[in-house]
Every structure is written in C-alpha cells, then in structure tokens.
Write a protein that binds this ligand. Structure first.
Ligand code: PEP
Length: 248
C-alpha cells in the first residue's frame, strides 16, 4: 500500500516568524494518518527541521544543484540540504523550468544528485494551457517523465503532476482530467519499473484547497498533493491533511 502524502511548497514565502504556523500544524495534527512534508525556502530548512524534530513531519528543499559541491555561486548542493535536516527535495517545478530554463535532462541530473545524497526527489511534471488545448497533455507529460526521471530511480521517488495553468490560479482540471493523467503516469511507471511502480507515489498539485481536496483525493492513483499557497497557513494545510486522512 502506498502511504498518502501531503507535501507543502512554501516557494519564496515565509519567515522565521512563520514557525508559529508549523507549531500550530503539529498541535492540531500530532500524529497524522498520512505522511506530511514541508518544503520551505532553503534558509528556513534548518530551523524548521529543528522545530519539527520528534514529530512525524518531514522537511524538504525546493531545488538542488546537480553537483555535490564546487564553484556554483548561489546554488545549494543536495548533501547540504541533507545536512540541514531535509529528507526530500522538489525538483523540476514549473516555476524553476520557466524562471531558470531547467530542462528534463537537468532535472534528471538533479534527481540523481539528490538520491546520491540520500534525499527523496519529488519530480514535478505538467503541461501548459496551450499544450492542453492542443491535445498534447499526455505526450508532454510522457516526455517530461521519460526525460526527468532517472533510469535508476528508487521506488521512493515521488512524481507530482502539476498542470502549469492550475498553479496559483485557483483553477483545477476536472476530476476525469486528473484521473487520465495519473492513470497514464502509473502505466508509464509500470512499463519502466514493473511491480516497483506500485510503490511510487503520484501527487496532484495545482490550486489544492480545503474545499476541493477531498474530491481530488478520491481520484484513483492520486496518492496525495503538492500544495503551494494553501500550505502556508496551518488551518488550510491542516484541513487538507484531514481530507487526505479521510481517504486512508
Ligand atoms: C505548487 O506551486 O506546487 C502549487 C501547487 O501551488 P498552488 O497550490 O498555490 O497552486
């Protein structure tokens, strides 16, 4: 059985004072019935990991460099994230693909670097609205999966389907559209990894909120969510965790 996962992506938001939100979350959900991961900006990882020590909530990064060390000013290596207390790292988020020109090959190299450092990669895939309207969704997702997921991927690797047009917009795909992509991803993983594919978690991401979470979590092959805006407030993220617990 795949354990459900609620992952929060704080993006470039939050501060040390936001520790109060994390404290509130673990107070209302001390023993969540699903895995919970928070991915704050890199500067917040160590203090968040410290604040969450002794709780089941894990901390992750939002990106890492493909090299383990070296002359790469401003970048952060996967072993550094692990050293700061991270267990996971989001890779290939559409904002990084758009803002930093990250390619599938680069995302794959980063995923290999993350795994070598003992981190679990959360690899993001998603089509633009233009690609969806052109009927290219599955071919785009298939190409991103083939290019971004290392051949050596551990079954703990997590895939997040995040339609670009649903991120931060309040728009979500229909439930059949989510189901179609998740079924496609599961089939592709089975083709590549055989029975190990059954262990790999597929998250949906894009405007998941307390009021739509339960419906989305009822879709087959949705093993949880990658949540942006709604992960910043303990009350909202807590409600999403509660919805996910209800599906277990
Ligand atoms: C995200 O950035 O991964 C995301 C899903 O954002 P939001 O939930 O705000 O749409």
């Amino acid at each position: 059985m795949r354990r459900k996962l609620a992952a929060g992506n704080w993006k470039m938001n939050g501060s040390r004072a936001a520790l109060a939100e994390v404290g509130a979350l673990v107070t209302t959900h001390p023993q969540p019935g699903c895995d919970v991961l928070l991915c704050p900006p890199a500067t917040h990882i160590a203090w968040m990991a410290e604040a969450l020590a002794g709780t089941p909530v894990r901390v992750g990064g939002q990106d890492c460099h493909q090299n383990a060390s070296g002359a790469h000013t401003g970048d952060i290596a996967a072993p550094m994230l692990a050293d700061a207390g991270a267990s996971h790292v989001i890779l290939g988020h559409s904002e990084r693909r758009a803002d930093h020109g990250e390619t599938d090959a680069l995302v794959r190299a980063k995923a290999e670097a993350a795994a070598a450092a003992g981190l679990i990669p959360v690899i993001c895939l998603g089509e633009t609205l233009q690609q969806r309207d052109a009927g290219e969704t599955l071919s785009v997702i298939g190409a991103q999966l083939a290019g971004s997921l290392p051949a050596s991927a551990d079954p703990r690797t997590i895939i997040a389907y995040e339609p670009v047009w649903a991120i931060g917009t309040g728009r979500t795909p229909t439930l059949p559209q989510i189901a179609e992509v998740h079924a496609f991803l599961r089939a592709e993983l089975r083709r590549r990894f055989g029975t190990a594919a059954e262990q790999m978690r597929l998250l949906y991401g894009g405007s998941v909120k307390p009021d739509n979470a339960a419906q989305i979590f009822a879709v087959p092959d949705v093993d949880g969510a990658l949540v942006g805006g709604a992960s910043l407030k303990a009350a909202d993220f807590g409600a999403i965790i509660t919805a996910l617990e209800g599906t277990v």
